[in-house]
Design a protein around this ligand. Structure first.
Ligand code: 3PG
Ligand code: MG
Length: 398
C-alpha cells in the first residue's frame, strides 16, 4: 500500500492491511471474525441466525481473500459457553448462513468451547494457527478482548486487519481526531459503572454529552434529586458529581420521565402491567423512572439535529416495553436525521435503530458495542496493538 494513503493519526496508524500480506494465492488464511450473532427459530423450529449483520459485514474481507485464490477458514466465538462444549452455542446455524453468503469459506467450531481461548493460552494459539500461512483479524466486536484468537496469531503468522476492522477503526478513530463540530454524544443504558471511563474520555472531546437511560439517575442523585425506586448506583454518586463539575455544563440530563407505579411490572411489547405516569425530574417515592419524558426527548433531539458529528450508544429507557420506548425512538430518529455524520455503537442502540427501520439512514453503525466504547475510552484495543507488532506490519523491523 502506498504510504501516503495510510492514516497518519489515530488508532489506525501502524495496522498492517490486507495489501501487506504476502501473496495469498494457494495459501491457507485464518480469519478471526465476530459472528457472535443472535439466534432464533425458523419455520420448522430449527435454530437459525436472527440477524446476519455481522456476517454480511465480514464479506468484503472474505471475498478479497477468495478472489485472490486463498483457501479461507473463519473462526468466531458465539455466546459465553465458558470453556466447555455446549450444544446451545454450536456454530452450525452460523455456518449454514455463511455458506449461503460466502460459499467455500470454512468455519471452525466455537472458539470458546476451549478454555484456552479466553485464557489466552499460548498452546491453544499454537493449535489454532497450525497449518495456516496467514492471519486476518476482522473481528472488530471482539478486539477489546485479550483472547487467544485475537492477540495470539499476529506473533506467529503474517497478519492483517480485514476491511471491516479497518473501517471500524478508521471511522470510530475519526471521533478522536478532529470530528466536525458541534460534536454531540448521546449515551444511555443502565450501567453507569461500566461507562464512567468512556464518559470521561468523551467529555474531553465533545461539545455536549447527553446522558439518558437508567444511568442518568446516579447523576441526578448527585445533583440532589430524588430518584424513587429507579436504578441507582449509590457507590458512584460522587464520581458522577465530579464529572458534572468537570463538564462545566456540557453534560445534559433528562428533566422529565415516564414512570411506573410501585408493584407494576416491565414486560416485552405490551405485556407489562401497572400505572404509568409522566413525572418531573424528581421521581415520587417507590416509583421507577423507566424512560425519559417528552420534554427531555425534545431537548435531546434539538441538540442532536444541528450537530456536525453525533455518536450514540445505549437506549434512553426500557424500550423493549412499548410504554417506555418513546424516548429511544425520538432519539433514534434525531440521530438518523442529524445534519452531520452520525455513528451508532453496536448492541442495543443498533438493534433499536434496526427495529425502527432507520439503520440505513445513519452514517455508520458499528458491529461492536463494547469494542466501540473501549476504543473511544482508551484510543486503542488489544487486537490492534497485536496487529501492529506483526512481522509484516508497516514499520516493523523484520
Ligand atoms: C459482543 O457481542 O459484544 C462481542 O461479540 C463480544 O462478546 P463478549 O462480550 O462475550 O466478549
Ligand atoms: Mg457485549
Amino acid at each position: 500500500m502506498a504510504d501516503q494513503a495510510r492514516p497518519q493519526e489515530g488508532p489506525a496508524v501502524g495496522l498492517p492491511l490486507l495489501e501487506d500480506l504476502p501473496d495469498v494465492e494457494g495459501r491457507r488464511v485464518l480469519v478471526r471474525v465476530d459472528f457472535n450473532v443472535p439466534l432464533g427459530h425458523g419455520a420448522d423450529g430449527e435454530v437459525v441466525v436472527d440477524d446476519d449483520f455481522r456476517i454480511r459485514a465480514a464479506l468484503p474481507t472474505l471475498s478479497w481473500l477468495t478472489d485472490r485464490g486463498a483457501s479461507v477458514t473463519a473462526c468466531t466465538h458465539l455466546g459465553r459457553p465458558k470453556g466447555r462444549v455446549d450444544p446451545r452455542f454450536e456454530v452450525a446455524p452460523v455456518r449454514a448462513r455463511l455458506a449461503e453468503l460466502a460459499p467455500g469459506v470454512a468455519l471452525l467450531e466455537n472458539l470458546r468451547f476451549d478454555p484456552g481461548e479466553e485464557a489466552n493460552d499460548p498452546a491453544f494459539v499454537d493449535r489454532l494457527v497450525a497449518g495456516f500461512d496467514a492471519y486476518v483479524n476482522d473481528a472488530f466486536g471482539a478486539s477489546h478482548r485479550s483472547h487467544a484468537s485475537i492477540v495470539g496469531p499476529p506473533a506467529r503468522l503474517p497478519s492483517a486487519a480485514g476491511r471491516l476492522l479497518e473501517r471500524e477503526v478508521g471511522t470510530l478513530g475519526g471521533l478522536l481526531v478532529g470530528p466536525d463540530r458541534p460534536f454531540v454524544a448521546v449515551v444511555g443504558g443502565s450501567k453507569v459503572g461500566e461507562k464512567l471511563g468512556v464518559l470521561r474520555a468523551l467529555l474531553a472531546r465533545v461539545d455536549s454529552l447527553i446522558v439518558g437511560g437508567g444511568m442518568a439517575f446516579t447523576f441526578l442523585a448527585a445533583q440532589g434529586h430524588t430518584v424513587g425506586a429507579s436504578l441507582l448506583d449509590a457507590g458512584r454518586i460522587d464520581s458522577c458529581g465530579g464529572l458534572l463539575q468537570e463538564a462545566g455544563g456540557r453534560i445534559v440530563l433528562p428533566t422529565d420521565f415516564v414512570a411506573l407505579a410501585p408493584g407494576g411490572s416491565v414486560g416485552a411489547g405490551a405485556s407489562g402491567s401497572g400505572e404509568v405516569r409522566m413525572v418531573g425530574v424528581d421521581i415520587p417515592r417507590r416509583w421507577r423512572g423507566l424512560d425519559i419524558g417528552p420534554e427531555s426527548a425534545g431537548v435531546f433531539a434539538d441538540l442532536v439535529a444541528p450537530a456536525g458529528t453525533v455518536f450514540w450508544n445505549g437506549p434512553m429507557g426500557v424500550f423493549e416495553d412499548d410504554r417506555f420506548s418513546a424516548g429511544t425512538r425520538t432519539v433514534a430518529r434525531a440521530v438518523a436525521d442529524a445534519k452531520g455524520f452520525s455513528i451508532v455503537g453496536g448492541g442495543d442502540s443498533a438493534a433499536a435503530l434496526d427495529h425502527l427501520g432507520l439503520a440505513g439512514r445513519v452514517g455508520f453503525v458499528s458491529t461492536g458495542g463494547g469494542a466501540s466504547l473501549e476504543l473511544l475510552e482508551h484510543s486503542d484495543l488489544p487486537g490492534l496493538e497485536a496487529l501492529r507488532h506483526a512481522s509484516n506490519a508497516p514499520g516493523a523491523t523484520a
